[in-house]
Design a protein around this ligand. Structure first.
Ligand code: NI
Length: 256
């Protein structure tokens, strides 16, 4: 799927863009399921559906996100996409790598807000060391106008930088890196059914959606098993959060 030169570039730069992972028939199939999931607001009560870039008031979502879309629509896995991602992840990280966890981020037409610069690992458990990737699959062309991903080459070699909730507002789930150097950033426009892949520390960003059409992205994670760190690393930006999403998740769990 990826050529030797692409695999080498991935390990050098910390990201890779592929023009084609799945065909247009599969894109159309996924898009129909995707739009149904977001229209129905499934996952809201459990805290799986929320506004990544806002305070999570239902009537004005800036950047709707759904965790685990295949938990709500198992038919997402009926087509070739998840197997293609698994093969790609094994190609990049070796045969012991797995893939599976998914989420979906929708940038609504005209007002879908930017996804600020961040490293994915900043969201995760600080006591573990990761070799993990995110495979980002747009279900329409991804362009600079609708919010394609941008990356800083080589940033996967940085430690996890200081992050904070977007705008310093602890009610917001989304994180932003504090003072990232993005002078060498590159945009990665790709066609529908292509994908980008990035490592857990690769700095990335997506601009706002300025077009008349929604920008849909399905993201599938993969990696090798995380290992325990021996230091006492902490991510205080996550400890400080007070989100409506987490309150719903806690409330839902206490009733189960
Ligand atoms: Ni990310």
């Amino acid at each position: 799927m990826a050529t030797d030169a692409q695999i080498e570039a991935f390990h050098r730069d910390g990201f890779l863009a592929l023009e084609r992972l799945i065909d247009q028939e599969e894109v159309a199939r996924l898009r129909e399921i995707y739009d149904r999931l977001f229209a129905s607001r499934v996952g809201y009560e459990k805290g799986d559906r929320f506004d990544l870039a806002g305070t999570d008031e239902a009537d004005q979502e800036a950047l709707p996100q759904l965790l685990g879309p295949s938990n709500y629509a198992p038919e997402l896995k009926d087509g070739p996409t998840y197997a293609a991602v698994d093969a790609l992840v094994k190609q990049l990280l070796g045969p012991t790598a797995w893939s599976g966890g998914d989420h979906a981020i929708l940038k609504p037409a005209r007002h879908g807000s930017e996804t600020p610069w961040h490293q994915d690992e900043a969201y995760w458990d600080p006591s573990l060391d990761y070799t993990s990737v995110s495979v980002w699959i747009p279900l329409q062309d991804a362009t600079p106008e609708n919010g394609c991903l941008c990356f800083v080459p080589g940033s996967h070699r940085l430690e996890v930088m200081e992050h904070r909730s977007i705008g310093g507002d602890r009610r917001i789930h989304g994180l932003e890196a504090v003072l990232p150097d993005v002078s060498r950033a590159v945009a990665c426009p790709i066609p529908a059914g292509g994908c980008t892949v990035h490592l857990s520390r690769t700095l990335h960003y997506a601009g706002p959606n300025r077009t008349d059409h929604p920008r849909r992205a399905l993201i599938i994670g993969g990696g090798v098993e995380a290992t325990k760190r021996t230091d006492n690393r902490r991510f205080p930006w996550n400890e400080a959060k007070e989100t409506a999403r987490q309150a719903r998740a806690d409330d839902s769990a206490s009733r189960d």
